[in-house]
Design a protein around this ligand. Structure first.
Ligand code: FAD
Length: 352
């Protein structure tokens, strides 16, 4: 396994549960560079039921992940590694056209037995602290929600270690065929052989695979996010995370007496963070949510998403015998980790 983000850890854990021996190689392992990793920067928002499509691969992966998350979280908790999770997500509508689309989605989902609800402006007006006045209504998804990425990554790491995960704190420099196996050479001078190689190295996956003739352009899209401290802890009665005009507002009633929330994330093509994008995010939040205007920024972080160029996310591919790519999850790597790991395990199980 190359890469110890949420995808690498998820695949490793699931392979170990199925009796495979796994070595995970990453220069960061349990102490990654948050600015380079997508996973440690994520907000952990899970948007499965509110997804705008109702068929196709992306829909199936989201729904499969939603189901698997229930079991995964229960298993992690039972093993002594609980993950902080908040159920519920409210996707606010930007105007009448968006509200109509939401109405159609609710009808469609309810016919399929999926519990989505349409909230009207009166229901939004009862929320505290207030959501943006411009919201015309909203889609409430009780089964969607948010996971705390740090507690998730720690839980996966500890659980995989308990199950016998072998690790190497190094950066992979090259991949070569060696008979029926793979030879992995690392920058620190170590080398490893394996029958199967799973590449979960985020945006670095392209550079590792190109010498093998696999051209898979993956583009970095940087995201910045903020943890805000309110002067007084509000009596939060939101039904979970709120999503408004593409930004997530994640109440953190568990932090500092309930006076904290997360806000993000910016979408910045490339690897360089822009101070202007961050200022725009802060200014936007203050304009839309006046109660946030005086909030103090207590933490600012950034990370890289990995977007496949010209291909739908994610990239789950067996590139050649014994070589799997599990990457390119763009904005939904946390959500899609379980279905992606299941896919990888099926490939390896079938080829054993
Ligand atoms: C600000 C922000 C907010 C986000 N919010 C959400 C959200 O709310 N919900 C959601 O589902 N998703 C969210 N995402 C997306 C999600 O974080 C990513 O899709 C996911 O983390 C990708 O995980 P990964 O394991 O593929 O990659 P990464 O987490 O980037 O991990 C790749 C790993 O590969 C390692 N690596 C790289 N090169 C090498 C090498 N040569 N040798 C060995 N190891 C190597 C790196 O050190 C790193 O640890 C967000 C992303 C960002 C940036």
């Amino acid at each position: 396994m190359v890469g110890a983000g949420v995808l690498g850890l998820a695949v490793a854990w699931q392979l170990l549960l199925r009796g495979h021996s796994v070595r995970l190689i990453d220069p960061g392992l349990d102490s990654p560079d948050p600015a380079r990793s997508g996973s440690w920067a994520a907000l952990g928002v899970l948007m499965a039921d509110v997804f705008h499509r109702s068929s196709g691969r992306a829909w199936r992966l989201r729904q499969r992940s939603r189901v698997l998350w229930e079991g995964w979280l229960a298993d992690l908790e039972a093993s002594g590694h609980p993950v902080q999770r908040r159920r519920g997500l409210l996707l606010l509508a930007d105007g009448p056209a968006e509200l109509e689309r939401q109405q159609r989605l609710v009808e469609q989902r309810q016919r399929a037995g999926i519990p989505l609800e349409l909230w009207d402006p009166a229901e939004l007006a009862a929320l505290h602290p207030p959501v943006p006045h411009a919201a015309a209504g909203g889609l409430y998804a009780p089964r969607d929600g948010q996971l705390d990425p740090a507690s998730l990554l720690t839980a996966l790491w500890q659980e995989a270690r308990t199950r016998g995960l072998d690790t190497s704190r190094d950066a992979v420099a090259s991949l070569e065929r060696s008979g029926r196996d793979w030879l992995v050479r690392c920058r620190g001078g170590t080398s490893h052989t394996a029958a199967w190689l799973v590449i979960c190295a985020g945006v670095s996956s392209s550079a590792l695979l190109e010498p093998l003739g696999h051209r898979l352009p993956l583009q970095p899209v940087l995201g910045q996010a903020l943890e805000l401290q309110l002067a007084n802890a509000p009596e939060w009665n939101w039904p979970g995370t709120c999503v408004w005009r593409g930004f997530n507002l994640v109440p953190r009633p568990d932090r500092n007496g309930g006076a904290r929330c997360w806000l993000g994330a910016t979408l910045e093509p490339g690897e360089q963070a822009s101070a202007q994008s961050l200022a725009d995010l802060r200014g936007w939040a203050a304009a839309e949510l006046p109660w946030l205007a005086a909030a103090e920024v207590v933490r600012h972080w950034q990370g890289l998403r990995c977007r496949p160029a010209g291909r739908p996310a994610p990239l789950l591919e067996q590139l050649e015998p014994g070589l799997l790519l599990v990457s390119g999850h763009y904005r939904n790597g946390v959500l899609l980790a379980p279905a992606s790991a299941e896919w990888a395990c099926q490939q390896i199980g079938a080829g054993r």
